[in-house]
Ligand binder design. Sequence first.
Ligand SMILES: [Mg+2]
Length: 264
Amino acid sequence: MFPSRQLLQSQLSAPLPAAPELVLVTDLDGTLLGGASEERRSFYRWLAQQRERVLHVFCTGRDLGAIAAVLQEDEPLGLSAPHLVIGDVGCTVACGASLLPVPLAVDPIEARWKELEAPLRALLQGQPGLELQPCSSNRRLAYYVDLERFNPGLIDQLEAAGASCVLSDDRYFDVLPAGVNKGATLLSLLEWLEADHATVVTAGDTLNDLAMFETGLNGVMVGNAEPALVSHLPRLPSVYRAQAPGCAGIAEGLRHFGFDYLWD
Ligand SMILES: [Mg+2]
């Protein structure tokens, strides 16, 4: 049988670290992009120094274009491309260096989306309180939501038609193929990576990160996490609530999980 790590690597344009000691999976907005500039600079510098020891995965609601934009905008702060990217709230997996999609991961989601898109668009057409985001048709539909006008009953209809819905940060409403989310896509990716789950730490700040925290993998809820996410903490025993916001919160969580030696 073709080893899965080899298959994954064959679809990437840059080599993965041979034997990473940590697989760090970070949300972007409010998490890896969160916190004061000095703390961000220092964390990005550390990450850049640890390229062979830390396999870094972005796990974000952003699409590939918006990920490319942030890599360019935050390059002056020292942010480098990760090894791998999970984008579109779990609907896209790409090589971190080239941002080219990984067919192994994306094709099955694409096949499901092809059947779902038309009926879901029909249900969503003209619904109050929803405004389609400009780049939003990558195997999901992404809206800005006005919760005052939004009809929550729509969620049941969309779910009955085969979708999963994620409300996040009181601003974003994502409609995805059922069962696709940051957590499920991450678990598939870890299988292809043949990663030991004990070496994995995830980090996030809003409700679209909840599926990652529900995987049972070690997780860091950063200090600035939204209250709706924090309310789930009591049932998430593998998740550490950091005091510090953003990057400093990720670093605090990594130390909590015993990875402080990576700073030596
Ligand atoms: Mg976030």
